[in-house]
Write a protein of this length. Structure first.
Length: 135
């Protein structure tokens, strides 16, 4: 058992309860007294920056345009219907968009009047404005 764990158990035995426990942990945590020295935070920020990648569909506008592009490449079935799984599959798995990016793009495409979503959610259709984007 570590020293700070033993002192936490002692805090409970003395009746300090959870408040004493929190106080003990915060004062004995190894990083509690750490403060960035000169130049340390910029090195740490640079390391964190290297680990992140830009998301190409983070902007709803980009996601909506990609969805329209995918929908245009899919052959419509009966009455101009494009099954939703033929759009969301490529968007999520081939283009590696997140579900949030996909849904934001779909919502924007509907708001802009490029697509209409059936009330069942199983298919979309191009509107006149959406069809004009590829004319």
């Amino acid at each position: 058992m570590k020293a700070h764990e033993a002192s936490n158990d002692d805090a409970f035995r003395r009746g300090m309860g959870l408040q004493g426990y929190k106080r003990q942990v915060s004062t004995t945590h190894p990083c509690a007294d750490w403060q960035a020295g000169e130049g340390e935070s910029s090195e740490m920020d640079a390391t964190l920056m290297k680990l992140t990648t830009s998301r190409p569909y983070a902007a709803p506008e980009a996601a909506a345009r990609k969805l329209i592009e995918i929908a245009n490449s899919v052959e419509a079935v009966q009455d101009g219907r494009i099954y939703i799984e033929l759009i969301n599959g490529p968007m999520l798995f081939e283009h590696k968009a997140t579900p949030a990016e996909y849904s934001a793009g779909l919502k924007l495409a509907i708001e802009r009047g490029w697509l209409t979503l059936d009330r069942s959610g199983t298919y979309v259709k191009f509107t006149q404005a959406g069809a004009e984007l590829f004319a």
